[in-house]
Design a protein around this ligand. Structure first.
Ligand code: ATP
Length: 272
């Protein structure tokens, strides 16, 4: 078990804890393509951490390594002080990692409420057999899950659409329901895959506010990848910048903004 005691205080006075997740010398290949080249960084308890970079930089690949979907050929992933080996998605979820997807992954025919309930599946203790035998206990558990879900529905201000089938909702609200479903799993680490993609300005403002509120209210650590630089710089405590699979910057938004290599990458300056 590693020491996770150090932390830091943000410019706006929030206390960030020790290391929650550490990526050590991660290399990921797809055949001959090196999508991630020897990258190391950490995610601290309570922070909002962004991974940015031009198209094809390797951001999605990195998010998939963090979520456990891809296992890197080289390097180590540490979570909550323990080295994480390859594991099935439900085990990653049980460890406390939940995510949203770039292309919304919800059940269109099901109501908002039922979609959010699916986020609690990994937390449910009662299987079908035990439900049949211990009907009372299973009912109590169901009530508890419903209460937690109702709290999230209130928090994300989606009460008026709780019975609406997701397929009928506008895009911005679908994204919010997806956030609600991920939150229903009570994650320690929430991964957001381009949470603002395809949104108009107003929807982006709403989503930014909800991300900040989630971090504040539930102390959820958040890692996100996002194309909208303005949003990233406003939201994040620290930013990792990737380009052609390499890490070219890592620091506060101000540090990253003034990093010449980062500026060059975004302006498309040629590589050696
Ligand atoms: N499943 C895959 N099989 C083969 N190559 C892949 C796969 N996924 C990603 N790559 C390659 O790895 C590199 C990094 O891709 P990745 O999608 O991680 O970048 P990205 O920064 O998320 O890009 P974008 O912003 O365009 O989504 C690219 O060269 C891409 O073609």
């Amino acid at each position: 078990m590693k020491d996770m005691s150090e932390g830091y205080t943000t410019a706006d006075g929030r206390r960030i804890g020790g290391v929650l997740m550490e990526m050590k010398n991660i290399t990921l290949r797809f055949g001959g393509v090196e999508a991630i080249k020897d990258i190391s960084f950490d995610i601290r308890d309570g922070e909002i951490r962004a991974i940015i970079g031009p198209n094809g930089a390797g951001k999605s690949s990195m998010l998939n390594v963090i979520s456990g979907f891809y296992v890197p050929q080289e390097g180590e992933v540490w979570f909550k002080g323990y080295r994480r080996g390859p594991m099935k998605p439900y085990r990653v979820a049980r460890l406390g990692i939940a995510r949203t997807f770039q292309n919304i992954a919800l059940f269109d025919g099901m109501s908002v409420l039922d979609n959010i309930m699916t986020g609690r599946l990994t937390l449910m203790k009662s299987g079908l057999l035990s439900q049949a035998i211990w009907w009372g206990a299973a009912q109590r558990e169901e009530t508890e899950h419903r209460e937690k879900v109702e709290k999230i529905i209130d928090f994300l201000e989606i009460q008026p659409i709780r019975k609406t089938p997701v397929g009928r909702l506008p895009y911005g609200l679908k994204k919010r329901v997806e956030l609600a479903r991920a939150l229903a799993a009570e994650p320690k680490l929430l991964l957001l895959d381009e949470p603002m993609a395809g949104m108009n300005v107003e929807e982006k403002e709403d989503m930014s506010r909800f991300i900040l509120d989630v971090n504040d209210e539930f102390s959820t650590t958040i890692a996100l990848i996002e194309h909208d630089m303005g949003v990233v710089m406003d939201l994040s405590d620290r930013v990792v910048v990737m380009d052609y699979g390499k890490k070219i910057g890592d620091g506060t938004p101000d540090e990253v903004r003034n990093n010449q290599e980062v500026i060059d990458a975004y302006l498309g300056v040629a590589h050696d």
